[in-house]
Ligand binder design. Structure first.
Ligand SMILES: Cc1cc2nc3c(=O)[nH]c(=O)nc-3n(C[C@H](O)[C@H](O)[C@H](O)COP(=O)(O)OP(=O)(O)OC[C@H]3O[C@@H](n4cnc5c(N)ncnc54)[C@H](O)[C@@H]3O)c2cc1C
Ligand code: FES
Length: 243
């Protein structure tokens, strides 16, 4: 983990309530897709954790959904503004288990960490299949970005306005070797039940301190409670205990 000052270079909406922000500065602490940064916002005590979507040594892109006061305030931040950030947080995805035909599943704002993961898997010679799940067509983002990487992409919408009607589990392909998933808890639970291979899931549970001190982000596992911020956010399918 590193505390650093990042400068906003771009901050623009992708859909009605989902925004993409690019920040410049020292991002050398980011090592793996699935890690996150924790942003200090003026006037807010707790930092806001947001997954890394894509990154280089001196820049990072994040995608955030406006759900409350903090993310709403982020939409008003202009290029040039600097933010105090913790970078390189969390364990991230382990690509060594992917096999030849990994499947990447992103639900809503669970989609962004799958982008950096897709790039890494492709760099390692894999051809990932991707399922992106949204409620309705107007909420879809990053479909073309995944296609531009060369991924085989399926989109699902709950109302059937685009792609396969239903949930990500309605578009599971035959014959994938392993899976990686990030999205809301009901989606992760459904994937856990439907997918037969092993996999890794990223949890975007609500956080407190963000660095392992308060237990506010704990989830139940076969090895006791684990902290999403410190031990995760990525957990193995086999270690998760669902209520
Ligand atoms: C490891 C990690 C990675 C994350 N990555 C992303 C990401 O890439 N993009 C993104 O949009 N969001 C992500 N989140 C969620 C994001 O941190 C929260 O949505 C954000 O902190 C809310 O701040 P706020 O001030 O706008 O909302 P608040 O005012 O704090 O809360 C407003 C409402 O949102 C709900 N809420 C707050 N936090 C969460 C949460 N974590 N999950 C579900 N509901 C929540 C609250 O219950 C409340 O109803 C991530 C969270 C974690 C822990
Ligand atoms: S947020 Fe405090 S331990 Fe995870």
């Amino acid at each position: 983990m590193e505390q650093t000052t990042l400068r906003i270079t771009d901050n623009a909406p992708l859909t009605r309530d989902v925004w993409e922000m690019t920040l410049a500065g020292d991002c050398s602490a980011i090592e793996r897709p699935g890690q996150f940064i924790d942003i200090k916002l003026d006037g807010f005590f707790l930092r806001r954790p947001i997954s890394v979507c894509d990154w280089g040594d001196d820049w990072v892109t994040i995608i955030y959904k406006v759900v409350g006061n903090g993310t709403d305030a982020m939409t008003g931040l202009k290029p040039g503004k600097t933010l105090n950030c913790l970078t390189g947080l969390g364990n991230g995805f382990d690509t060594s288990a992917a096999g030849d035909a990994p499947l990447l599943i992103g639900g809503g704002v669970g989609t962004p960490p799958m982008y950096g993961l897709a790039k890494k898997l492709i760099a390692e010679g894999k051809k990932p299949k991707v399922i992106l799940g949204f409620n309705t067509a107007s909420e879809i983002f990053f479909e073309k970005e995944f296609r531009a990487l060369g991924c085989d992409v399926a989109v699902t919408t709950v109302d059937g306005s685009c792609g396969v009607k239903g949930f990500v589990t309605d578009a599971l392909p035959e014959g994938f070797s392993y899976y990686y998933a990030c999205g809301p808890m009901p989606m992760l639970r459904a994937v856990y039940r439907a997918a037969e291979t092993s996999g890794q899931m990223s949890f975007e549970e609500r956080m407190g301190c963000g660095f392992g001190a308060c237990m506010g982000c704990s989830v139940k596992t076969v090895n006791g409670y684990k902290r999403v911020c410190k031990d995760g956010p990525v957990l193995l399918k086999e270690e998760i205990l669902w209520d």
